[in-house]
Design a binder for this molecule. Structure first.
Ligand SMILES: Cc1ncc(C[n+]2csc(CCOP(=O)(O)OP(=O)(O)O)c2C)c(N)n1
Ligand code: SF4
Length: 327
């Protein structure tokens, strides 16, 4: 074997990839957009877990945040508005061997995609769902989203949003079969990484709400929480997210919370100031739909063909089925 061929073969079996091997293109997000922090954490996560790019897929809907798959050198599916979750579910059902991530905005997930969101939680398929919650429609230049704060003046609410914001955490925690719910803020990058790492390790649907800055349309929205660490509350527990010691020195407002405790998780989820960050709820034993539905017979070409023939035969009229009619 030539040196070049040997190197090629070795490369095929090399499971380790550097950061730049997950990076694709230059993000078109605005300076200071929280999506950049999420992307950096996800690329680190892929590298640290040696995810094989050809076995990894990022699925999104439509929105600024939904440009995410373009910036990952893996497989990706930039879907249609509100439909990231059903696309991801289809992928996972057909190819349970793939690692699936979903990136969805608050408009994409909680507005047009709300029905899919509810059912995806109930199906609990093994995927990491990241809600980029900037509390506004960014791509279409500032319309109110379901998570916009009451009073927000936007192109669709010029007199200010009339309704109390929808809380994505309490909604998710209210759905049957929920198995993993966490929250983090984009301005603490090490915690974004740790929360996403815990979500990735979870076997089931992990729902992570990232409170994301949109300096373009929501300037200054989180300035007070950024300046005052006491306005962020770290959730701590031995079964929770690992909190890097350096963060514990800055963020002293902590609360011990057992993520198995659903009623406490719901109470915490309802609090918006201080912002609770970390793992709110975790149940590793919820069944996963792709396993409940797993084929009992291997799906070879012959098996698929036999199944199709059997279905089509149901509609076939054989000579003699209707005596007296010409055959
Ligand atoms: C069926 C459909 N309806 C509406 C739109 C227009 N549209 C594109 S993105 C978007 C909202 C994006 O907001 P969000 O999901 O919060 O993402 P962000 O841009 O803030 O990241 C809308 C309404 C569309 N593309 N398709
Ligand atoms: S408009 Fe907002 S969400 Fe969109 S890229 Fe700019 S800062 Fe990010």
């Amino acid at each position: 074997m030539t040196t070049c061929a040997t190197e090629c073969v070795l490369k095929m079996f090399d499971e380790h990839h550097e950061l730049d091997e997950y990076q694709s293109g230059v993000p078109r997000w605005c300076n200071g957009c929280g999506d950049n922090a999420i992307l950096a954490a996800v690329q680190r996560l892929c590298r640290d877990n040696d995810l094989r790019p050809e076995k990894t897929v990022f699925v999104s809907g439509i929105g600024c945040s939904s440009r995410f798959p373009h910036y990952m050198k893996t497989y990706g599916f930039h879907g249609i508005h509100g439909r990231a979750l059903p696309i991801a579910e289809g992928i996972k059902l057909a190819r349970p061997d793939l690692t699936v991530f979903v990136n969805t905005g608050d408009g994409d997930c909680c507005s047009i995609g709300a029905a899919h969101w509810i059912h995806a939680i109930r199906y609990n398929m093994n995927m990491t769902v990241v809600l980029h919650d900037n509390q506004v429609y960014g791509l279409t230049k500032k319309q109110a989203s379901p998570t916009s704060p009451i009073g927000l003046k936007s192109n669709t609410t010029p007199r200010g949003a009339y309704l109390e914001a929808l809380n994505p955490l309490t909604v998710t925690l209210g759905v049957q079969n929920v198995s993993f719910v966490a929250q983090v803020v984009d301005w603490i990058p090490d915690l974004v990484y740790e929360v996403l790492a815990a979500a990735f390790r979870h076997q089931g649907l992990s729902f992570v709400r990232v409170i994301q800055r949109c300096p373009e349309f929501m300037p200054g929205m989180h300035d007070q929480a950024i300046r005052d660490p006491a306005r962020v509350q770290l959730l701590t527990h031995e079964r929770g997210v690992a909190i890097p010691p350096a963060l514990q020195r800055v963020y002293k407002n902590t609360r011990v919370h057992d993520p198995a405790n659903m009623s406490e998780a719901r109470d915490i989820a309802s609090v918006i100031d201080p912002i609770p960050v970390g793992l709110l709820y975790w149940d590793p034993d919820v069944p996963r739909y792709e396993e409940l539905r797993a084929a009992t017979v291997p799906r070879t070409a012959a098996v698929i063909r036999a199944g199709l023939e059997a279905e089509l035969d149901k509609y076939t009229i054989w000579p003699g089925d209707h005596p007296g009619e010409p055959s």
